[in-house]
Each structure stands twice: as structure tokens, then as C-alpha cells.
Design a protein around this ligand. Structure first.
Ligand code: SF4
Length: 106
């Protein structure tokens, strides 16, 4: 098959797209792993104090039974013990936690 043939060009494009797809998939997996491995937010962290974050929502009357796990800003997997929160950058929050920025899921 000549290098300038349409078939060769088509195969070359296909291989390039497959390589790109593999690269994007790998990046997404790396990001997901990184999110799962975030250090846990300490209640003494200024970001935690700013929103009155607690690790156990049951200990706070204001939580009214809500937790990070059912907050729309929680990005942890279903059933996870901890995970990322959209307003707490670079740290994970406990699924059983709560803060005064809690927002209902739509
Ligand atoms: Fe938890 Fe939601 Fe507060 Fe984040 S915004 S700490 S997920 S209650």
C-alpha cells in the first residue's frame, strides 16, 4: 500500500485517534485516582473552619440528618467513606461529615 493512498491515510488517522483516546482515558483514570487519594480535611484547617465542617454530622443538630454523602457538592463515589468536595480544594471530606454550605441534590 503506497504511503500516499487514501487507505493508508485512513489507517493513520484511525491509529492517531486510538492513541488519543487511550491518552485521554489514562488521564481521566489518573485524575480519578488522584481525587480518591486526596489528604483528609482536618477540622482545624481554615477552609474547614470557614464552613464549620465536622467529620460526623450526627454530632451537629444543624445538619438535620444531612451529610456530605447526600450533598450536591460531594464528588465521592457512591458508598465511599470519603471523597472530594467542590468547595474544599485539594482535600477530601468524610462522607459522614457536614458543613454549613451543604446543598441539596437536584
Ligand atoms: Fe460536605 Fe457538602 Fe460541606 Fe462539601 S459542601 S463539606 S460535601 S456538606
Amino acid at each position: 500500500m503506497p504511503l500516499s493512498s487514501p487507505e493508508f491515510e485512513s489507517r493513520r488517522r484511525l491509529l492517531r485517534n486510538l492513541a488519543l483516546a487511550a491518552s485521554v482515558g489514562g488521564l481521566a483514570a489518573t485524575r480519578l485516582r488522584a481525587a480518591e487519594e486526596l489528604p483528609l480535611l482536618s477540622v482545624d484547617d481554615p477552609a474547614a473552619k470557614a464552613v464549620k465542617y465536622v467529620e460526623d454530622a450526627k454530632k451537629v443538630k444543624e445538619a438535620q440528618g444531612n451529610t456530605c454523602a447526600n450533598c450536591s457538592l460531594y464528588n465521592g463515589k457512591d458508598g465511599s467513606v470519603q471523597g472530594p468536595c467542590q468547595i474544599i480544594k485539594g482535600k477530601a471530606v468524610k462522607a459522614a461529615g457536614w458543613c454549613n454550605a451543604w446543598a441539596p441534590q437536584m
